[in-house]
Ligand binder design. Sequence first.
Ligand code: G1P
Length: 298
Amino acid sequence: MKKNKVIKAIFPVAGLGTRFLPATKSIPKEIMSLVDKPLIQYAIDEARAAGIREFIFVTSRGKGALEDYFDSAPRLESALKRSGKTELLAAVRQTTMESGAIAYIRQHQALGLGHAVWCARRLIANEPFAVILPDDVIAADKPCLQQMVEAYDETGGNIVATMEVPPSQASSYGLLDIGEANGNILSVKGMVEKPDPKDAPSNMAVIGRYILTPKVLQNLNRKMVGAGGEIQLTDAIAKEIADSGNVYGYKFEGKRFDCGSKAGFLKATVAFALNRDDLRDDFLEFLRHIVAKDGLYK
Ligand code: G1P
């Protein structure tokens, strides 16, 4: 089957980030940094590695800092150039997006993830597309979305990233009802958003990476209200499972950090800092010391 390449990705970034208040009162959550790189940059780098060329941000009021972040910064760049800070200059230039590669759409009402994705429908038109939730940061040798694009090339179907979670956490995720496994690719019989743990169809949770076909966008036209009173992406995918069965779970290789929670953000910060040559030794020594003292600053 001849398939369109996946070159478009939607980044839903309209959320208020209430779990990180007061910090998020004036900065978008997605600009918060793991070491020195904002969450959104990890998502963009992963998308680029997977062949994404068109980046669609679904934003809301107060997210202007995200637009500035991806803009060129002539004053900053010339100051860095004048002072010979070539590495920093390269790091800054890396964040500038090619003209026309990035589009911002506003989600005027917080009606849920499905609604956010639906807001981008005109830019997606009739092509397959990726959805990346920047809260989910995935450290992997081969970037997670790239692994999924390969699975998409193999199956031609909708692909959702999945990993095992403890049964007690079922109500925090979309959960898959899974069938047979073919390597990392799982056939999927159903999908349910944030079930009560006793109703969870399995312990395979959906993580914030999707490759979807335009049919799923059409399903979102129904504006069906689901779990939590929101329009859920999960329900649009579940309809596609029922209609065509053309949906697969993909057990990605890599370590996922839930940067939408404080504990997850802190774990990611520690892990990413320890992975940096310029920080590891000093930081590790500090961690050993502070752990030995039960976290007390002595
Ligand atoms: C969203 C999805 C959910 C998925 C999760 C992954 O939920 O609705 O299906 O499991 O992302 O992080 P949220 O975390 O936005 O509530």
